[in-house]
Design a binder for this molecule. Structure first.
Ligand SMILES: Nc1ncnc2c1ncn2[C@@H]1O[C@H](COP(=O)(O)OP(=O)(O)OP(=O)(O)O)[C@@H](O)[C@H]1O
Length: 290
């Protein structure tokens, strides 16, 4: 049996429509399924966890955006139950990273092929992230975008707009980053992004060489530059061309700790989950995806 977890609010109602199309397809093809609609933030994790007891469960199909992938991934990481995905959000970085088609029919066909791949995930403050996490300025932007229905209606433009609105009042801070035991003290830090895939925040290529198959996490630290310089650098991140800039530090490792004063907001897959200090580690080959 397939369990569909549909976030009806994702992508401005796209989730609801995609859910109906997937349901029709599975029914027409005679596959057993059950539909569950999320009622609130966090509900997708609870539903997916409760379904793990089902004997006939073949896969959980997340229908929504990266937030829905995050929530379902939190329940399935560390289990053998695979996650299928039908993209219906505004950013859909997970779909981009894994070549998942945007049309529900094509995404379902891929799921029904049953080709399971194991991917790494990240552990952050007792939770799992599937694609990426970020802190500092980026945590503030995620917070602003997620709280605003207006921003969420903008799709991929939500992040660039949130970026510009958050920019002028943000003060970069001092931060201690430790990667696999090696400490890096940095001043004037804007962003530390931790990536398990290249795509980030609606199509940016924050860590262009990140891979979910290498047992490592890639980091991109943006520090020591002024507001205007950051604006000039920003468009380059969509092609991954920011990495040669002198204010960018790249690292790779499997265990990362971050400390800062003041504490910085942290997001995981675009969902705000807390503040620094925290430890992040890779959870190799922990999630099965279709
Ligand atoms: N019934 C609901 N009412 C309100 N919020 C919900 C509901 N169900 C899920 N959510 C929340 O909706 C948020 C956004 O979901 P999601 O990220 O899947 O869509 P999106 O923001 O449109 O896409 P993307 O993250 O790819 O841009 C998540 O934080 C999730 O917890």
């Amino acid at each position: 049996m397939y369990v569909l977890i549909v976030n009806p609010t994702s992508g401005n109602g796209r989730g609801q429509r995609a859910g109906t199309r997937v349901e029709r397809l599975l029914s027409r093809m005679g596959f057993p399924y059950q539909v569950q609609i999320t009622q609130s933030p966090g509900h997708a994790t609870d539903i997916a966890r409760s379904m793990l007891q089902e004997k006939e469960l073949q896969a959980v199909i997340a229908i929504g955006g990266d937030g829905t992938v995050h929530e379902v991934g939190n329940a399935l990481a560390g289990t053998k139950i695979p996650m299928g995905y039908v993209p219906a959000g505004s950013g859909n970085d997970f779909a981009l990273a894994h070549g998942i088609p945007t049309r529900p029919e094509a995404a379902v066909n891929r799921i029904l092929k049953g080709e399971v791949r194991r991917i790494d995930t990240g552990r952050i403050g007792g939770r799992t992230f599937v694609g990426f996490a970020g802190m500092g300025f980026d945590g503030q932007v995620a917070d602003r975008v997620n709280r605003s229905a207006f921003h969420r209606r903008l799709g991929r433009l939500a992040y660039p707009l949130g970026f510009l609105q958050t920019l002028w009042n943000y003060r970069p801070t001092r931060l201690q980053l430790t990667v696999d035991g090696k400490r890096h003290d940095m001043d004037g830090v804007w962003i530390v992004a931790v990536c398990n895939q290249p795509n980030y925040g609606g199509g940016m290529k924050m860590c262009p060489t990140a891979s979910c198959h290498d047992g490592q996490l890639d980091l991109c630290c943006v520090h020591d530059l002024g507001h205007r310089q950051l604006i000039r650098l920003f468009p380059r991140v969509y092609k991954g061309r920011h990495i040669d800039h002198p204010s960018i530090q790249l690292h790779r490792g499997s265990r990362i700790t971050l400390e800062s004063d003041p504490p910085l907001l942290v997001h995981a897959d675009g969902e705000v989950i807390g503040k620094t200090p925290l430890t992040i580690s890779v959870f190799p080959q922990s999630l099965s995806i279709l």
